[in-house]
Design a protein around this ligand. Structure first.
Ligand SMILES: Cc1cc2ncn([C@H]3O[C@H](COP(=O)(O)O)[C@@H](O)[C@H]3O)c2cc1C
Ligand SMILES: O=C(O)c1cccnc1
Length: 352
């Protein structure tokens, strides 16, 4: 499953203005006061721009791809959880027992699990793709987390997964992640791409006390000071302070954008990958839908940087794709309005 980054970047185009104008004009004729559907109206217009047609396709079938990887920086004591929980949770995803599985069953989304960098060898189940690039990253406080080649290979895994899912009929892709300690590289990526200080973008992840948070901020700052990543070269940023799932998610988002399929962004890990994707191809933002506002501070900062407003704000901080999956019915509703709601003319409803 290889796909070229160069070819993908060349295929990412801006939103289609005539389709957006058609959707806006269509919204104005529907039997409801103008603007009464709030954020759903602008979302429907954006999705028409992405598809290049009004109405855009309904976002189903949809698949959440959960990219899993481990992190050398775990050795710095940035997460309260042991590293083997990554592999154990992958088994839980495959067995259907995680939060994302429960939410996906409710939303009618498929779950695909991709091992792009888990430290412990896994025994594949029906929905597990073995695309392991490396058994975990190196410790970014000591050396670059990945070589450029490894980062590119992981990006290409994400591109390949997005392409294969769209080829198989997916009309919407959703981001998921699993990787103990992965909120630390997410914070480093967000700092690198936004220029904000580590303290502004680093959060408590799975739940750490004040002293550990101070230490985590210091770890992020140390890695950035060591590598001084150049955001004009996004692959080098992913290699220096990223993770294998962050890189794969970057490719996954770019793959969706190139295929003009919406991609619902989950939490802080996905938001960091979205920044990397936008650094590669600014027009990729047209394909991004922010599913929810994660409680991690870096997520809010990253979404603001991208000009995206999250659909849900439930105080969630899990990852796995859980917030993206919860937002799927909202995205579907926004599009369904353009397919099914009558116009003032067709329904014989008087205008004001
Ligand atoms: C049981 C369990 C299930 C999870 N599902 C997602 N995460 C989330 O928490 C981890 C990141 O937080 P930190 O950087 O603090 O380690 C990632 O694995 C992420 O997917 C989980 C974490 C745990 C422990
Ligand atoms: O927002 C997220 O994706 C998140 C937050 C905490 C832990 N893991 C993931």
């Amino acid at each position: 499953m290889t796909a070229s980054l160069e070819g993908t970047l060349a295929a990412v185009r801006p939103a289609d203005e005539p389709a957006m104008a058609a959707a806006r004009e269509h919204q104005a004729r529907l039997t409801k006061p103008a603007g009464s559907l709030g954020a759903l109206e602008e979302l429907s217009v954006r999705l028409a721009g992405l598809a290049g047609v009004n109405p855009p396709p309904l976002p189903t079938p949809a698949t959440v791809a959960v990219f899993a990887g481990d992190h050398g920086v775990h050795a710095q004591g940035v997460s309260p959880w042991p590293q083997e929980v990554t592999a154990q949770m992958v088994a839980n995803f495959v067995a259907g027992g995680a939060v994302v599985n429960a939410f996906a069953r409710q939303a009618g989304a498929d779950v695909m699990v991709v091992d792009v960098g888990v430290a412990i060898p896994l025994h594949g189940g029906a929905t597990l793709l073995d695309a392991n690039v490396r058994r975990g990253t190196r410790d970014m406080t000591v050396e670059p987390a990945l070589t450029r080649e490894e980062a590119l290979a992981a990006v290409e895994v994400g591109l390949g997964v997005a392409g294969a899912l769209v080829d198989n009929g997916a009309k919407c892709l959703l981001t998921g992640d699993m990787g103990i300690a992965n909120t630390t590289p997410a914070a480093a990526l967000i700092a690198a791409f936004t220029g904000l200080a580590p303290a502004e973008v680093t959060g408590r992840g799975t739940g750490i006390d004040d002293a550990t948070l101070d230490h985590k901020v210091e770890v992020v700052g140390r890695a950035l000071a060591l590598h001084r990543p150049d955001k004009a070269d996004p692959l080098s940023v992913l290699a220096a302070v990223g993770g294998l799932e962050h890189a794969a998610l970057t490719g996954f988002i770019l793959g969706a954008a190139a295929r003009r399929v919406p991609v619902i962004i989950d939490g802080v890990i996905a938001a960091s990958a979205a920044l990397a994707a936008a650094a590669f191809a600014p027009d990729a933002v047209a394909a991004m839908v922010a599913g929810h506002r994660s409680a991690e501070p870096g997520a809010t900062v990253a979404l603001a940087h991208l000009g995206l407003e999250p659909l849900l704000d439930l105080g969630m901080r899990l990852g796995e794709g859980s917030g993206a999956v919860l937002a799927l019915p909202v995205v579907e509703a926004a599009v369904r309005v353009l397919h099914e709601v009558a116009t003032f003319d067709s329904a014989g409803v008087s205008e004001k």
